[in-house]
Structures are given as structure tokens and as C-alpha cells.
Write a protein that binds this ligand. Structure first.
Ligand code: AHR
Length: 494
């Protein structure tokens, strides 16, 4: 069956904020420790304690922004425990994630160094749940004040002369749950109080992000916007794609039934409805769309790999994850006027990771490859698109079988596509209008697999990897693509 896509390259729809390709790294399982930080005494290849292989791989994604230190960990984190000589830093219990010892060896200085190595913007999440107003205020002073003050002096004693540039700051995380089990009215008042002391020092101008809703808690968004919208730059939203039940069994990452495949796609597509509904509420209080909707946690969440610590949230990553990622990007593009940032959970070894490590070994996941192929959309201009897709059906339910998005940058057009059906191949007729000239050279890359559980392992690290794609014909201004089942890719025109 064929589907029709019309792309009006001369109708521009605004810029796709590169920050929707953002990341999230929490003190959880083996994300920070082992994933990034191996310590200065490690025999592994590192720079000042940070793994060089992981940094090199991530640099290839042009990561625009990295959120840290949590997540639930953020509302238990006391930043002063993580500065100064490492041997003196407090050893504490990571109560949220596995009850393991947190030795605080990776703290503010190490995180800022990582961001410098990745050439990425830091996004720091502060502690509202168990921290004080003073503590949050002093963290900002420590990081961003360049004059003489107790915190700036302490930073200098700890080896950093100049203040850091810090733009993105979150005032708490999931304060409806692990961040304090608050009611929205109570958190809105705390947000107003805490953010007052989150100061702009010198030229440093903070973009303040209020802790937002869980999934479809529209009352949370309504309350926060009503009570505090003029005091925030962004409001967050968290939504994970979970094929099963969060408490009774989320489903296996590797052993996917036909039904679970379908439900995963259906639930990934649900992000569109959630953004539409939260945005509609935001529009009421902020019709100019000044306040960004910040999807600072998204991605698949499956049962942990058998035999691993349940508190470490380690899961494998298959071709299914790559389609979830592609669909999310297309949804974020669609809502780019409101969605100013998104951060996949999480970068290394946790949930829908880009990278998995085992000792010195490292593999790139199918999700990594989608971030890499789709990076052409970062800060590109979205162009108008109309997609008529046939349905992908299962047990009397249906969702669109294909999703397509297009943008233009540097005189090139990039068209990304996702084909969700796990069994049937399909074809798409693309009508590329408004170029004022013939199409010229069209090239493509695709990520696909012959099995819905296909993934990369330490023994076979390139089993799922992008390949050149040329199964299409170009005729005048039309491109006809033949797509295998379970495929995601990008065409480049020009
Ligand atoms: O990403 C894992 C956890 O999911 C985060 O710590 C928390 O914010 C969310 O519930």
C-alpha cells in the first residue's frame, strides 16, 4: 500500500529548537559512575576522570544540553557535599536508586567539566524537596558570581577561578512525587519563593524551569500557569513510553510480542495528544508562547535486564526504541512553537540510553543512531508537510503506519521518516513542492532490522547500524520510497 506526502519547501514553519535533542544524566545506576566518571586513578582512557570513548561518541551527536543531577536524585542532592577535595567528600546513600553508596566524587566541577568536553549547555536541577532556599541560592552564587562573595571565594579555593555560564536551571523535579509529594498549589507557592533567590549575577541570565506535570495531570499545569507563569521561562512535563503496567510489569526490552510492539508505538504517539492538551492550557495564560514546555524526561521504560540491580534501570535497546525516538522527534517538531527543550532519559546505561558500557567496552544503541541521523534537524527551519498515511492495525485498533517530518538548513532539505509496521513493507510517494528547480541529488540513510528485538551487543556491536539507503526513485519533483518494515531514516536533498 502506498501513502502520500506533500512537502511545501517554500512554506516555513519556524525553527526546530536544537534543545529538543537534549539529554539527561542522573546519579542513577551506572549512568554517572562507570558511564561517564571512572575517576582520575582509572586505568581506562580518560581525561581528568571522564571517559574519553563516551565523550567522543556523544560529541558526534552535537548534544545541545545536558540535564543533571536528577531526576529524583536532584531533590535529595546537597551540592555542597560534592565540591572540595574528593577524599573529604561525604559518602551518602542513594536512597532512590539501589541504596548504593554515593561518594560525591562527581559534583558541580566535574559536571561543568563534562559539559565543556561535550561542548554542551548545562541544565542543572535544584533541590526543592529536601533542600533550602538558601542552599539553592548559594549554588547559583557559587556557579555564576564573578565578584567577591563567600560562595565565589569558595569556588576559587576549590580550583575554579572564573564563574561558569549557566543558563538552564530547574527548580525541583517531580515535586508531585519523589520531589516531595506536594499538591500543585503548595509547589506553586514554593516555586515562587525559591525562584526569587535564583539570581542573575552579572551577564549570566538564567532560564528558570518550574517542575511540571506527570503525564496527563492537567490540573498541575493549570495551577502552575495560573499561579506562577510570569515567574518562569519553562514548565516541564514527564512522559515515558511503557508498554505494560508501571507497577505490575512494564514489559521486556528484548522479548517483544506483536501486541507489545504495537502498544509501544501507540503509546509513543500519545505524546502528541499530551503536548496538545498541556499546550492548550498554557495558551490560556501565555498566548504568546513565551513559556517553553520542557519535556525533560521521555523515552522507553521497560523491566530491567534479568540479573541486574532493579534500582539501576538498566535495559537493552532495540530497533523498537529507535522508532520511539524518531516518533518523539517528529512530535516535538510539530509542536516546536511550544516545545523548547526535551531531554531523553537517560544518556548512558539507564533506560533508553544512547550508550551501554561493560567495563572498558562500549556500544552504541539503535537510539543513538536516530539522534545521529536526525541531528540535521537541530536549529533547522521546519517546512510545511501533509502526510496521508494508511493505518497500521492490530486487533481492531489502528495508528498511522508512517510518520514524516521535514526541515531545511544550509540549502539542503532533510526529510526524516519512521515506518512503524513490524511486518509489512510499504511505499511513500513524496511530492516535494516549492523548490523552484528540479530536485537534484537525493541521498539517504536508513536504520532497519529483520527482527523486532534486533539490538547491538558487546559481541556484535554493529548489528543495528545505519546504512546507505537508495531504494527510491526520483522523478521530476517526486520521490517514491520503498520502505522495509520497522525502519527509520533521513533523506537529504541538495
Ligand atoms: O529517569 C528515571 C526517573 O524517572 C527520574 O529520576 C524521575 O524524575 C522519573 O520518575
Amino acid at each position: 500500500m502506498s501513502q502520500k506526502v506533500v512537502i511545501n519547501t517554500d512554506i516555513k514553519k519556524g525553527t526546530i529548537n536544537k534543545n529538543i535533542y537534549g539529554h539527561f544524566a542522573e546519579h542513577l545506576g551506572r549512568c554517572i559512575y562507570e558511564g561517564f566518571w571512572v575517576g582520575e586513578d582509572s586505568s581506562m582512557d580518560h581525561t581528568n576522570g571522564i571517559r574519553n570513548d563516551v565523550v567522543a561518541a556523544l560529541k558526534n551527536l552535537n548534544i545541545p544540553v545536558l540535564r543533571w543531577p536528577g531526576g529524583c536524585f536532584a531533590d535529595e542532592y546537597h551540592w555542597k557535599d560534592g565540591v572540595g577535595p574528593r577524599e573529604n567528600r561525604k559518602r551518602m546513600v542513594n536512597t532512590h536508586w539501589g541504596g548504593v553508596v554515593e561518594n560525591n566524587h562527581f559534583g558541580t566541577h566535574e559536571f561543568m567539566m563534562l559539559c565543556e568536553m561535550l561542548e554542551t549547555e548545562p541544565y542543572i536541577c535544584g533541590n526543592v524537596g529536601s533542600g533550602t532556599v538558601q542552599e539553592m541560592s548559594e549554588w547559583i552564587e557559587y556557579m555564576t558570581f564573578d565578584g567577591e562573595s563567600p560562595m565565589a571565594n569558595w569556588r576559587q579555593e576549590n580550583g575554579r577561578e572564573k564563574s561558569w555560564d549557566l543558563k538552564y536551571f530547574g527548580v525541583g523535579n517531580e515535586n508531585w512525587g519523589c520531589g516531595g509529594n506536594m499538591r500543585p498549589e503548595f509547589y506553586a507557592d514554593l516555586y515562587r519563593q525559591y525562584q526569587t533567590y535564583v539570581r542573575n549575577y552579572g551577564e549570566n541570565k538564567l532560564y528558570k524551569i518550574a517542575g511540571g506535570a506527570n503525564v496527563d495531570d492537567f490540573n498541575w499545569t493549570e495551577t502552575l500557569m495560573r499561579e506562577a507563569s510570569w515567574l518562569m521561562d519553562g514548565l516541564s512535563l514527564h512522559y515515558y513510553t511503557i508498554p505494560g503496567d508501571f507497577f505490575k510489569g512494564k514489559g521486556s526490552a528484548l522479548d517483544t510480542s506483536e501486541k507489545e510492539w504495537y502498544i509501544t508505538m501507540q503509546k509513543a504517539l500519545h505524546m502528541d495528544e499530551l503536548i496538545t492538551k498541556h499546550s492548550t492550557i498554557m495558551d490560556k495564560y501565555d498566548p504568546e508562547k513565551r513559556v517553553g514546555l520542557i519535556i525533560d524526561e521521555w523515552g522507553t521504560w521497560f523491566d530491567v535486564e534479568p540479573g541486574t540491580n532493579p534500582g539501576f534501570l538498566y535495559q537493552q535497546n532495540t530497533i523498537r526504541d529507535s522508532l520511539v525516538a524518531g516518533l518523539h522527534f517528529h512530535i516535538f517538531h510539530k509542536h516546536s512553537e511550544r516545545v523548547q527543550m526535551a531531554n531523553i532519559a537517560q544518556t548512558v546505561n539507564v533506560l533508553q540510553a544512547m550508550i551501554l558500557t561493560e567495563g572498558e567496552k562500549m556500544i552504541l544503541t539503535p537510539t543513538y543512531h536516530v539522534f545521529e541521523m536526525f541531528k540535521v534537524h537541530q536549529d533547522a527551519v521546519k517546512v510545511d508537510i501533509d502526510v496521508s498515511s494508511h493505518s497500521y492495525e492490530l486487533n481492531g485498533e489502528e495508528i498511522p503506519a508512517v510518520s514524516v517530518s521535514a526541515s531545511t538548513k544550509n540549502n539542503q532539505i532533510h526529510i526524516s521518516f519512521c515506518h512503524l509496521d513490524d511486518k509489512q513493507s510499504t511505499s511513500i510517494k513524496m511530492d516535494v513542492r516549492g523548490l523552484g528547480k528540479e530536485l537534484g541529488e537525493v541521498t539517504g540513510r536508513i536504520l532497519t532490522a529483520d527482527h523486532k528485538n534486533a539490538h547491538n551487543t558487546f559481541e556484535n556491536p554493529e548489528h543495528v547500524t545505519p546504512v546507505a539507503y537508495d531504494d527510491f526513485t526520483v522523478n521530476d519533483h517526486q520521490i517514491e520510497l520503498r520502505l522495509p518494515p520497522m525502519s527509520v531514516g533521513v533523506l537529504t536533498i541538495g
